[in-house]
Design a protein around this ligand. Structure first.
Ligand code: CU
Length: 164
């Protein structure tokens, strides 16, 4: 796979960006149960990383059961220096990623899916390799629902090339 050629420059520096894209290039897996309340978090998982990886991708499905909109504002994790909310999409065959400083809205009764190739949490500066089978913890902060702790099940790095 020749991701380097398809990447464009962003504010994020290139190495970080490339590694980030790599962690997100593989296909998805199954489910994991969640919490209650106005915000329901489901299918939280993170991608395993090789030692020294600068970033790791985290994915979760967020359901807003309330009648008013909410917003995912930010996230933190004891397992990484920093967690950012990112968007990734394909633009004319070019993979682009950007940090969403204003977070992500979740419609009333709506569902927001963070998944490979789309919105995701970017664990920046993992404090240890994310090892398959382990659990990574993060706290998500919502505008109305407050904070929620989520456990991300670490899944295999995968070995397939991106399908695009
Ligand atoms: Cu990212």
């Amino acid at each position: 796979m020749n991701i380097a050629n398809t990447l464009t420059r962003t504010r994020t520096h290139r190495l970080l960006f490339a590694a980030c894209a790599l962690t997100l290039s593989f296909a998805v897996g199954a489910a994991q149960p969640a919490k209650k309340d106005a915000i329901v978090l489901d299918q939280a998982w993170a991608r395993a990383t090789p030692p020294g990886a600068p970033v790791a991708g985290g994915f979760v499905t967020i359901r807003n059961t309330a009648k008013r909109a909410d917003r995912l504002l930010s996230a933190t994790s004891p397992d990484a220096k920093l967690v950012e909310i990112h968007e990734m999409n394909m633009d004319n065959g070019v993979m682009r990623m950007r940090r969403l400083d204003d977070g992500l809205p979740i419609a009333p009764k709506g569902t927001l899916e963070l998944k490979p190739g789309g919105y995701h949490l970017m664990f920046i500066g993992p404090k240890h390799p994310f090892v398959q089978g382990e659990t990574i913890t993060a706290t998500l902060r919502f505008e109305h629902a407050g904070t929620r702790e989520v456990r991300f099940e670490v899944r295999a790095m995968g070995s397939a090339a991106p399908k695009h």
